[in-house]
Design a protein around this ligand. Structure first.
Ligand code: 8DM
Length: 472
């Protein structure tokens, strides 16, 4: 029985609909928790394919799940479809050309991400149907990855409770198994309240919330030297108290993102930042309230799944790029700095090449130098054995969250990489369905990693999905 070439032929047979889906979602970029049209497109495709549908997962209007099959193991494919603010950009050009000033754009490639995950789920469904094998395949449509932590809320609601393994992917410079753990991350707002006053006639009666924010930021800047070197703390000013210098600012708000290697480390840092906020309030005689917006866990690796996925990707091979693909990628490459390109090679620990697109598999044991962000895939990885593919949707060195990612989001090379990602994911799905010892080993690995440090959801109980976070 040659399961893998069957499933790969299956992906090729149906891929056109999913490439269309990706292009459609690219054209309706919607930011955290506002993904109404993108979610509706995914839902329509799930219905068309005959999946059983659950809407409103975890009480989130743009979170959804489709399931197909009976009995057997539950294979979960996770997709995303949120865009980023301010990254509007025309497709297929190698210069910065916004479609709409200030508009959104798919600067992290989530149009491809969701569509390829749904393509993999559909191909596995078709394979289950054709082979009459017991098993259930699911597609989880997950919104708001870019700071909304939707998957953490979905995990907390129990949505992943009976999944046996979870498979996903992310657009990338390279073709590899994603083995670098991500950082745990909490987003918290610090809301300062002071007292307004005439800044010249009665300054002594005013207490400035804006001063408090500035002092807090200075305090945190001093803390940075005395935290673990892989921790990260950054902030955005959400409210500076108004536009009048002659009115003492009675309100101000700063949003912090506090990241660390693991949850205990992150919680410790959140505690230190909150002490600094209290110190700033004390110094300025203002009040401060801390409000957690969302939080995600670090990713737990899963060695058996990583090894199995690597074998599938070796067998499958990288996407085949033609001269036209390489030509456009070369144009994009000319808009990048040497440092952009050096940085991604440094991260995978490999010698730099002149290739515009990755046509090789990064070894599983490459001497990587992790340079990482955070993702809500982390929370899933603590409750279900999870693994991720990286597929080369962009010219090597393209930094994420840039117009260059948006510009490449509908290109033939991105489509090829998305299809290859779907094949790798579906191939692993079939392997798990036909080799019960893989799921057993994956679960044992998760069990081992969480025995001493069980999963504790980083979201405080009272924190609800921040559905309004994108509304100014
Ligand atoms: N394979 C990737 C996964 C996540 C991201 C990313 O940029 N994530 C955001 C999300 C932050 C969060 O979820 O807390 C970040 O790190 O700022 C980028 C590539």
């Amino acid at each position: 029985m040659d399961n893998r070439s069957d499933i790969w032929r299956g992906v090729d047979t149906i891929k056109a609909r999913f490439i269309d889906l990706s292009d459609k979602v690219w054209g309706t970029p919607e930011v955290c928790y506002t993904e109404a049209r993108s979610a509706a497109e995914h839902l329509a495709e799930l219905r068309h394919q005959g999946f059983r549908i659950t809407e409103n997962v975890a009480g989130i209007p743009t979170a959804l799940m489709g399931e197909w099959g009976e009995g057997g193991p539950v294979i979960a494919f996770m997709g995303e479809y949120d865009a980023l603010p301010g990254l509007s950009q025309e497709a297929g050009v190698a210069e910065h050309r916004p479609v709409e000033t200030g508009g959104h754009g798919h600067g992290c490639g989530h149009n491809l991400l969701g569509s390829a995950a749904l393509l993999a789920a559909t191909a596995v469904k078709d394979w289950l149907a054709a082979n009459k094998v017991p098993g259930r395949v699911r597609y989880y449509g997950c919104p708001a990855e870019e700071g909304g932590a939707a998957k953490a809320f979905m995990v907390r609601s129990g949505a992943f409770e009976d999944a046996d393994i979870a498979i996903t992917w992310h657009p990338h410079s390279f073709w590899e198994v994603a083995v670098t753990p991500s950082l745990a991350n909490t987003r918290a707002d610090f809301i300062f309240t002071g007292r307004t006053s005439h800044a010249a006639a009665s300054p002594h009666l005013g207490r400035s919330a804006l001063d408090a924010v500035e002092l807090m930021n200075v305090g945190v800047n001093y803390m940075r030297e005395h935290m673990p070197s892989d921790a990260r703390v950054h902030y955005a000013l959400l409210d500076t108290g108004g536009i009048a210098p002659n009115v003492v600012q009675a309100h101000a708000r700063v949003r912090y993102s506090i990241r660390a290697r693991d949850l205990p480390g992150m919680n410790e840092l959140v505690g230190r930042v909150s002490k600094i906020a209290e110190g700033a309030a004390l110094m300025t005689e203002t009040k401060v309230e801390m409000k957690i917006i969302s939080a995600v866990s670090n990713i737990l690796p899963n060695t058996p799944l990583e090894q199995a996925l690597h074998r599938v990707m070796e067998e499958l091979g990288p996407p085949h790029f033609d001269d036209a693909d390489k030509g456009f990628a070369t144009q994009i490459r000319s808009t990048l700095s040497d440092k952009d390109i050096a940085s991604v090679y440094y991260a995978i620990g490999m010698e730099q090449t002149d290739r515009p697109l990755a046509d090789f598999l990064v070894p599983l044991d490459a001497k990587r130098n992790p340079l990482v962000g955070s993702t809500d895939v982390g929370d899933v990885s603590w409750v279900v054995p999870t693994v991720q593919v990286h597929a080369p949707t962009v010219a090597i060195g393209t930094p994420f969250h840039t117009w260059q990612v948006v510009a490449q989001g509908k290109s033939p090379h991105a489509h090829k990489a998305m299809v290859q990602a779907a094949k790798a994911m579906a191939g692993l799905g079939i392997k798990a369905l036909t080799e019960p010892e893989l799921i057993k080993a994956a679960k044992a690995d998760l069990q081992k990693r969480t025995t001493k440090t069980p999963y504790v959801c980083p979201l405080p109980d009272h924190v609800e999905p921040p559905l309004n976070m994108s509304v100014a």
